[in-house]
Design a protein around this ligand. Structure first.
Ligand code: IMP
Ligand code: MG
Length: 190
């Protein structure tokens, strides 16, 4: 494996779409909004692994009302493919019971909508008190299935993005900003 090629992400970074500063400012606003909306209410944040993990940890630092967290792992994309199949598999289910609880799903990006739509349908069968979506990025022009987004970080165009939890062939989730991939210059790790 050519680790140097992977490390030199600037070679295939077309542009920084959302800077670290802008991400953090918007996430603080979302956290404050959630704090207000769930004042004196029990709250469980469910992070969809793995892309939502950076967003969850930053978001929860701005939610100043008591809350718990849990995790769920889903796959909807085949390795290396861009298109959602509409097929969603649960790789890891929740550890908590969500019956009669206020739940917010924390997700990195909503593209076709298939993933979140399937997760919402599944979780509704467990009868939570309320169930909302908090998505950092919304690629609305790609939507195939409607999903109600209560808390939205940024609307973005139809470009493949990476960084801040979102991966490029599982790498680069650690970058503090959201970048656009130059698909002409990017080749997957060998
Ligand atoms: P959907 O089911 O089409 O809405 O797909 C949502 C999932 O696809 C997200 O949770 C991401 O994991 C992945 N995804 C969609 N667009 C991108 C992107 O631009 N970069 C990285 N991952 C993406
Ligand atoms: Mg995701």
């Amino acid at each position: 494996m050519n680790l140097e090629k992977i490390a030199n992400y600037k070679n295939f970074l077309a542009e920084v779409l959302i800077s670290e500063e802008d991400l953090q400012a918007r996430i603080a606003e979302l956290g404050e909004q959630i704090t207000t909306d769930y004042k004196n209410e029990d709250l469980l944040l469910i992070c969809i692994l793995r892309g939502g993990v950076m967003f969850l940890t930053d978001l929860m630092r701005h939610i100043s009302t008591p809350h718990m967290i849990d995790f769920m792992a889903i796959s909807s994309y085949g390795a290396g493919t861009r298109e959602s199949t509409g097929q969603v598999r649960i790789n890891m289910d929740l550890g908590s019971d969500i019956f009669d609880r206020n739940v917010i799903l924390v997700e990195d990006i909503i593209d076709s909508g298939h993933t979140l739509s399937a997760v919402m349908s599944l979780l509704e069968t467990r009868n939570p008190k309320s169930l909302k979506i908090c998505a950092l990025l919304d690629k609305a022009s790609r939507r195939e299935v409607e999903v109600p987004i209560e808390y939205r970080g940024f609307d973005i165009d139809d470009k493949f993005v990476f960084g801040y939890g979102l991966d490029l062939d599982e790498y680069h989730r650690d970058l503090p900003f959201i970048g656009v991939v130059d698909l002409d210059k990017y080749t997957p790790p060998d």
